[in-house]
Design a binder for this molecule. Structure first.
Ligand code: TXA
Ligand code: MG
Length: 317
């Protein structure tokens, strides 16, 4: 594996290269958010549609304030939840120097301060914001450890990796859009809708740009490049002989094939932290598909079901 130290990562980043670094949610493919050249490298490696903006990572609110406008509410939420698994969409200070490729030309920016000692040390040392989508090829599953990164990229495009063990949260950050009049949850995550609603009574549930834009991706590309190994069958009440099972809770369905139980005690936090690891393992097995037991659609279960629905949609032929 192509591992590097923090100091080596800093040098690569200063040379406008993209590297992989750990966060508490998933691993990110990071590059200097102020450099078009560096951001172009992320899009190339990920094979990502360039109209989909990137989340930009900072080491603290003061650094972020150089680049985006904080309302009172944004500052309060940032103080409460950062460093942590929350991304705030805030109005961009256009003169501040974030690459237009990173923001996909929008007037807003996704801002996140990750809660991971290696990520924070890297951000401090490089001292420029790092744009970082999840470190997987577009359409593939997010990585929660270095081995997953290796499984996603072809050798020629394998980025260097700063290893930080397993991501403890295991699902991408909650995305909250505070850039317009109506605060909108764009992506469910560890910081739940109910938790945010306590601070934002008029919070509504929205839809991520990614989902709206999905049909615009060239279908030919989708088939060849995003082809998943296995179909995902949600809310299974029985397991077919040829399927493996993604189980949840103390009563897993009987199955002939392999069973991965996200949480035997029905703990949604534990389930979320194992989610991508489970999919990576099940997807690598020889089967005709992955049956998935129902997961309660409450709290963190909403975030898990969101990722499951996407995985199932992407795995249609
Ligand atoms: O946990 C995470 O957020 C991870 C780690 C690496 O920090 N990053 C991540 O990035 O999940 P990515 O690129 O896979 O997902 C970014 C999402 C996309 O759905 C994108 O559309 C949305 O954030 N996004 C980014 N900037 C936005 C903006 N200005 N307005 C609305 N949505 C935005
Ligand atoms: Mg992603």
């Amino acid at each position: 594996m192509s591992f590097i130290t923090i100091d080596e990562a800093v040098t690569f980043l200063q040379n406008k290269k993209a590297i992989v670094f750990p966060t508490e949610t998933v691993y990110g493919l990071g590059a200097d958010a102020t450099s078009d050249q560096a951001i172009a490298e992320i899009y190339r490696l990920k094979n990502r549609p360039s109209f989909n903006p990137l989340i930009v990572h900072f080491y603290d609110i003061q650094q972020a304030q150089t680049y985006v406008e904080f309302s009172g509410l944004a500052y309060k939420l940032g103080s409460l939840f950062w460093p942590g698994p929350l991304t705030l969409i805030l109005p961009l200070k256009s003169y501040a120097g974030i690459s237009k490729l990173a923001s996909a030309g929008l007037q807003t920016l996704g801002v996140r301060i990750p809660n991971h000692p290696i990520a924070l040390e890297l951000l401090r040392k490089i001292n420029v914001p790092l744009a970082a989508p999840s470190a997987n090829v577009s359409g593939k599953m997010s990585p929660t450890k270095a081995a997953h990164v290796h499984a996603s990229f072809i050798d020629k495009d394998m980025p260097f990796i700063l290893d930080g063990g397993t991501s403890v949260i295991g699902l991408e950050s909650t995305i909250l859009d505070l850039s317009s009049d109506v605060p909108t949850l764009l992506r469910p995550g560890f910081v739940s809708f109910e938790t945010l609603k306590e601070y934002i009574p008029n919070l509504i549930m929205g839809c991520s740009i990614e989902k709206i834009d999905a049909p615009l991706i060239a279908p030919g590309q989708l088939k060849s490049h995003y082809a998943p190994n296995h179909k995902i069958r949600l809310n299974a009440t029985e397991v077919r002989d040829t399927e493996v099972l993604l189980a949840f809770g103390s009563n897993p369905l009987p199955a002939k094939g392999y069973i991965y139980n996200l949480s035997e005690t029905g703990d949604l936090i534990e389930a979320a932290s194992h989610f991508f690891e489970a999919l990576h393992i099940l997807d690598a097995l020889d089967s005709k598909g992955i049956a998935v037991m129902p997961i309660p659609n409450e709290g963190l279960g909403q975030a898990i079901n969101d990722r499951l629905n996407r995985a199932a949609a992407e795995k249609k032929d």
